[in-house]
Write a protein that binds this ligand. Structure first.
Ligand SMILES: Nc1ncnc2c1ncn2[C@@H]1O[C@H](COP(=O)(O)OP(=O)(O)OP(=O)(O)O)[C@@H](O)[C@H]1O
Ligand SMILES: O=C(O)C1=C[C@@H](O)[C@@H](O)[C@H](O)C1
Ligand SMILES: [Mg+2]
Length: 196
């Protein structure tokens, strides 16, 4: 009954934009899943603004995330993250890429759920590890065995990320293919098969 009538020749991006409407598209997932990289490209494809909560936190605090953790600790970082997310999610449509722990924090999760359509970039350990071990900008991975830490985070966090509206598998394909998967997931959200 409420079907949106799509132009016959609409591109994938146009159809996804129509399906998204005024909602934000919020990327969640672990470090290295591609939230920032794929989020930015998705926003470009959709022709809507892109914001990244980690970048926004660094901009308003004029500190790097590593320095924020070192100086004020994780709890203060999470409190700032919640405030920044609340502001970023206020208007839509936008693509909002979050930091890896944002959706795990209860208050931020509430903001995110209220603030838009959530998409989890799920990924296997080796894919994430290949991507994150090249840089040491992630304070939670400054441990004796960062790969083990990443695995522990997967175990603790994946059941929570799984609450997302949409899930796309992040893997080693080119980024354009990832964007196509994301746009398709947005279009297919809550699509009811004809025979149901
Ligand atoms: N599909 C992909 N194929 C190859 N490399 C990718 C892919 N997706 C992301 N990357 C690369 O992996 C690295 C990590 O990606 P990105 O910074 O987007 O992750 P993130 O989920 O935002 O992590 P964080 O939570 O730490 O912000 C980047 O160098 C990015 O270019
Ligand atoms: O997974 C996490 O908890 C984090 C991920 C990064 O995006 C940053 O937000 C920060 O390093 C914490
Ligand atoms: Mg990021």
């Amino acid at each position: 009954m409420n079907d949106v009538i799509e132009p016959v020749s609409a591109t994938l991006a146009e159809r996804a934009k129509l399906a998204l409407g005024k909602r934000n598209l919020v990327f969640i997932g672990l470090m290295g899943a591609g939230k920032s990289a794929i989020g930015r490209l998705t926003a470009q494809a959709l022709g809507i603004p892109f914001v990244d909560s980690d970048h926004e936190i660094e901009r308003v605090s004029r500190m790097t995330i590593s320095d924020l953790f070192a100086r004020y600790g994780e709890d203060e970082f999470r409190a700032l993250e919640t405030r920044v997310l609340k502001r970023l999610l206020r208007t839509g449509p936008r693509v909002v890429s979050t930091g890896g722990g944002a959706y795990i924090n209860e208050r931020s999760r509430r903001q995110i759920k209220r603030g838009g359509l959530t998409i989890w970039l799920n990924a296997e350990l080796d894919v994430l590890w290949e991507r994150v071990n090249k840089r040491d900008t992630r304070p939670l991975l400054k441990t004796e065995n960062p790969k083990q830490t990443l695995e522990n985070l997967m175990r603790a966090r994946y059941p929570i990320y799984a609450e997302a509206d949409l899930t796309v598998m992040s893997r080693d394909v080119n980024k354009e293919t990832m964007v196509e998967d994301v746009l398709t997931a947005v279009i297919d959200f809550r699509k009811v098969p004809n025979d149901e």
